[in-house]
Ligand binder design. Structure first.
Ligand SMILES: O=C(O)CCC(=O)C(=O)O
Ligand SMILES: [Fe+2]
Length: 303
């Protein structure tokens, strides 16, 4: 448990990131709003535990501000374009190149997962690392010390033509259950998704099977028999900066992005920030399991 002094520090920094609270001058928000945010955090932490997924919508619930979204768009799109240039150069040498680097991997469903190094700079991106309502949700859900273990951007490229490789991702869990940790923490790790564009059904949504985090379900079977409608949660309708949190064991999949006009840049990309958080006892195998050994893009590298 945090002491009252610690708790009030967490909330002061939340206020600072959300409402521009200035030390020494106090903040202008009424106490009732602060109380509301605490209520939101408590309720969403419970939802994360029960359903394996929860969403914070709009700045009043702790979503990112437009300025924070813009900062993230700039670094994601900037790094993506560097990565694409480098992929082009490497493909000239090796047309059957497998894109699996330490800072950039290709995924199914026309997705590229990149790690812009700037995001690790917590002087600029402190709002992703430790301030904000979503950290408060995680703190309450984990009930223990936790840390960020991965941060990147999931870029979905439009796939408008009916080509054979234009397929949705397979249903999957990002990591299997860890029975020893479940005995002590419930949950023990979670993923945070923050779309950087307003999401419609066509802009490359992610679909989630709510409540699947504690169920024994064979993901392959969902290709034939999809989740029941009442448990199907999609990112369609989220606004840029909204914060979706899901249990690392929750079943989900990426759906094709078919609306370049709703995306960013010349290609009409759909960027989503993806962060992993877990209790200190949890070891994140994301890098070892899914990423390569060598860097693709030259320059400073993140963590
Ligand atoms: O980009 C998305 O919508 C989801 C991607 C995903 O789940 C993954 O790559 O593991
Ligand atoms: Fe995934």
């Amino acid at each position: 448990m945090l002491s009252t002094a610690d708790e009030s520090r967490v909330w002061r920094s939340t206020m600072e990131s959300l409402y521009g609270w200035i030390p020494g001058q106090g903040y202008h928000m009424a106490d009732t709003n602060l109380w509301n945010l605490k209520q939101v955090a408590a309720q969403r932490a419970q939802e994360l535990k029960d359903r394996g997924i929860t969403v914070l919508r709009g700045p009043a619930e702790g979503a990112l501000t437009p300025r924070e979204v813009q900062l993230l768009r700039d670094v994601s799109m900037g790094f993506f374009s560097k990565a694409l240039t480098r992929v082009g150069e490497e493909m000239q040498k090796k047309p059957d190149l497998v894109i699996r680097y330490r800072d950039c991997v290709a995924r199914k469903s026309h997705r590229m997962h990149v790690k812009p190094p700037e995001i690790w700079d917590d002087r600029v991106f402190g709002f992703l690392h430790r301030r904000g309502t979503f950290h408060e949700v995680l703190r309450r859900a984990f009930g223990s010390e936790f840390r960020m273990t991965h941060c990147g951007a999931l870029m979905a490229k439009p796939a408008v033509d009916p080509l054979p490789n234009n397929v949705n991702q397979a249903w999957h869990r990002d990591a299997p259950e860890e029975p020893e940790l479940v005995k002590r923490f419930e949950p023990y790790a979670a993923v945070v998704y923050i779309p950087l564009i307003d999401m419609s059904d066509q802009s490359g949504v992610t679909e989630f099977f709510a409540s699947s985090h504690r169920k024994e379900i064979a993901c392959e079977e969902l290709e034939r028999k999809p989740p029941p409608p009442e448990d199907l949660v999609s990112t369609a309708g989220l606004r840029a900066g909204d914060v979706l949190i899901f249990d690392i064991r929750l079943i989900h999949r990426g759906v094709l992005h078919t609306a370049p006009e709703l995306g960013l840049g010349d290609l009409g990309m759909r960027p989503v920030i993806a962060l992993n958080f877990g209790v200190n006892e949890w070891q994140d195998k994301e890098d070892a399991a899914n990423w390569g050994e060598q860097f693709l893009v030259e320059g400073p590298h993140g963590q």
